[in-house]
Design a binder for this molecule. Structure first.
Ligand code: 13P
Ligand code: 13P
Ligand code: MG
Ligand code: MG
Length: 366
């Protein structure tokens, strides 16, 4: 019998700006789900990263299950009512449609799912990032699944040595999911050429070539699929299986020591370094920096163990200091050049109107 892991994440309101959801709001989601006794799922786990709430389900209904998606949608709707009552900021922010229509994908929340045959022990990592977009996982996943400098398992483990298959999406294509399948290591330079542009070509999933099993999945979606316009950064989630045929936990975590620059930060319109933070960390400096959390857990017969907070370790304090320095350094140049995203990626409509107004004032010099 197969197990499906579904992580579904949304911002439905937060305290004091885009900082963090309140305790009551988190409790309301937990309560809503635990009261559902219909046996839709086998286990669930609720957590938050910055102002986003993630629900992780384990169930038998496969990926894209409208039952599971509807449950998450209803929980977020119920939470939105609580957020409104409390006067939280941005109540219901990520629920972009009025009514549920079969699949929560494209309705605002971020979704990453995988259907697996459980191993006797099934350890996996559950990443959630805030103030950035799915392209934020391009570099760390690329390094873990292709580069022995970060993942010695690619040399040392026979299964990892067989390489991995990357499914990459062109998120700029509005018509449908435009996908490409590339193999590491032989297509390494092609993979690199695409992933370099992490606002357009985004890893959606990765498979082991030794066993054909799914190794990783990201909440990657087309950008313009909601209301036909650019709707901003989708704070992304990612699931990665570890050990055995997959990289070791520490090999998946190792690239997060870089604190690489990602899109997002203030008003979803800037570039900032991705800071690995402890579970339950709020957002702060310049509505950022962009943050990522990671729960490590096992699923066994569809029940979760308790989770370990892998970025809660003295090593990451040192990295956080480095990332803070990188954040301040890029902020020193304010809105100029590389510090801010290009026009096409700016989340706020105000600048579009401003540019249109200015455009009319330009004259060709005779
Ligand atoms: P195994 O126990 O899966 O062989 O793990 C090796 C390892 O993870 C060392 O980092
Ligand atoms: P969120 O997408 O996390 O709500 O952040 C929005 C924002 O504009 C922060 O400045
Ligand atoms: Mg918000
Ligand atoms: Mg957010």
């Amino acid at each position: 019998m197969k197990t499906t892991l579904s992580i579904i994440k949304a911002d439905i309101g937060s305290i004091g700006g885009h900082i963090k959801p309140g305790y009551k709001l988190l409790e309301s989601i937990r309560e809503f789900i635990s009261k559902k006794k219909q046996k839709l799922f086998d286990d669930f786990y609720v957590s938050h990263t910055g102002d986003d709430i993630a629900i992780l389900f384990s169930h038998q209904k496969g990926t894209g299950s409208s039952d599971i998606h509807k449950l998450a949608w209803d929980a977020f709707m119920a939470g939105t009512a609580v957020a409104k009552k409390q006067g939280l900021y941005g109540a219901g922010q990520d629920l972009l449609k009025d009514a549920f229509s079969g699949n929560i994908k494209g309705m605002g929340p971020a979704v990453a799912e995988m259907e697996i045959e459980e191993r006797p022990s099934e350890p996996f990592l559950c990443f959630a990032a805030d103030k950035t977009d799915p392209g934020a996982y391009n570099l760390p996943l690329y390094l873990t699944f292709t580069d022995p400098m970060f993942n010695p398992g690619l040399m040392l483990s026979p299964a990892c040595s067989e390489g991995f298959k990357f499914n990459i999406m062109d998120v700029a294509n509005t018509e449908g999911d435009r996908m490409i399948e590339l193999l590491a290591p032989e297509n390494l330079y092609d993979i690199a050429a695409l992933l370099r542009d992490n606002e357009r070509f985004v890893i959606e999933s990765i498979y082991s070539r030794s066993s054909g099993e799914i190794a990783a999945v990201v909440s990657t979606t087309r950008l313009h699929n909601i209301a036909g316009k650019y709707t901003g950064k989708d704070d992304p989630v990612c699931l990665v299986r570890v050990q055995g045929n997959f990289p070791a936990t520490g090999e998946v975590l190792s690239p997060y020591s870089i604190g690489h620059y990602v899109a997002g930060f203030m008003r979803g319109s800037h570039i900032g370094p991705l800071m690995p933070v402890k579970i339950n960390s709020p957002i702060s400096y310049f509505d950022g920096p962009p943050v990522v959390t990671c729960h490590a857990l096992c699923v066994h017969e569809r029940k979760f163990t308790e989770s370990a907070d892998v970025f809660d370790h003295p090593f990451w304090d040192y990295i956080r200091t480095k990332v803070s320095r990188k954040a301040v350094e890029i902020r020193e140049q304010g809105f100029f050049g590389a510090a801010m995203l290009p026009y096409s990626e700016l989340e706020y409509g105000g600048i579009v109107e401003k540019m249109e107004k200015l455009d009319k004032l330009f004259k060709i010099r005779k």
